[in-house]
Design a protein around this ligand. Sequence first.
Ligand code: AMP
Length: 283
Amino acid sequence: MIEIIKTKAALDARLSEVRKSGKTIGLVPTMGALHAGHASLVERSVRENGFTVVSDFVNPTQFNDKNDLKHYPRTFEADCALLERVGADCVFFPEVSEMYPEPDTRHFSYPPTDTVMEGVRRPGHFNGVCQIVSKLFYAVKPTRAYFGEKDFQQIAVIQAMVKDLDIPVEICPCPIVREQDGLALSSRNRLLDASERLLAVNISRALFLSQAFAKTHSVRETRNYVVSMLDALEGLRVEYFEIVDAKSLLPVESWNDAGAVQGCITVYCGKTPVRLIDNIKYK
Ligand code: AMP
C-alpha cells in the first residue's frame, strides 16, 4: 500500500529520514483525479530520485470560479492505486485547513508570465498556484519538482517564482501526454459526455494541422486558421489562441521574433461548458 500522509508535521518527519539516508526527493504536485499524464510525471520522478512524493490536493485558492471548484473531480482511491502502480513512495493528501490554517494573504506577481493569457481570463489563478506550490516547496524541500507542459504558462510562472524566492529546486518540465486521437489528457476530460468528447479532439487536430500550415503562412494567418476552424464547429468556442515567445509568453508578430514559439489555446467545449487547454510548439 502506498504511504498516505495528511499533515505537514508527519511529512517533515518522514522526509527527514529520507534525507538522512542520502536520497534525493522528487515532488509531483497534482490536484488528483490522476491519469496517464500525471503518471508520466511520477514515473520520471521515480527514475530520477530516490524518493517521490506526490501531492494530491484540490487547491481552493487557484479557482477563480467557485462552481469549477465544486465540480472538480475527486477520485482519491483510484489515485492511490495509480500511484502505487507507477512506484511513488508517498502521497501527501492534506485537508484545506492543514495547508491554509489561516487565509493566505501573500501576493505573487511575475509579469508578463502571469498577466497574459490565463492571467487575464482567470484573475487570481496564478497567485493561488504560487501560494500552494510555494507551500509545497517549503514543506517537501524537493531536489526536483515535475510539471506538465500541458500547463505551459504555469511552468513559466513557477520558474519566475523559484528565481524570485531563491528556492533551491530544479524545475523539470515534462511533455504533454495525449489520448490516441490527440486530445491532451486532462482531469476535466471526464466532465465531457460522449458527443463532447468527440468534439474536443478537434482542438489538438487544429493545432497539429497548424504546425504544417505555419511553415508557409504568417503568424496572423496561422492564428486565424486555428480560431476559424474551431469556432466553425457547433459546441466549441475559442476563448483565446495566442502565438507567443515560449520564454516571455508575449505574442510574436513574426516567426523570427523569438527563438522558440508556442501556440497556446483555451476552448470551451459543450453545453456545461468544459474549459479545455492545450498548446503546441512551432519552433
Ligand atoms: P493538475 O492535477 O491538473 O493540477 O496537474 C498536475 C500536473 O500534471 C501539472 O503539472 C500538469 O501540467 C500535469 N499534467 C496534467 N495533464 C497532463 C498531460 N496531459 N500531460 C502531461 N502533464 C500533465
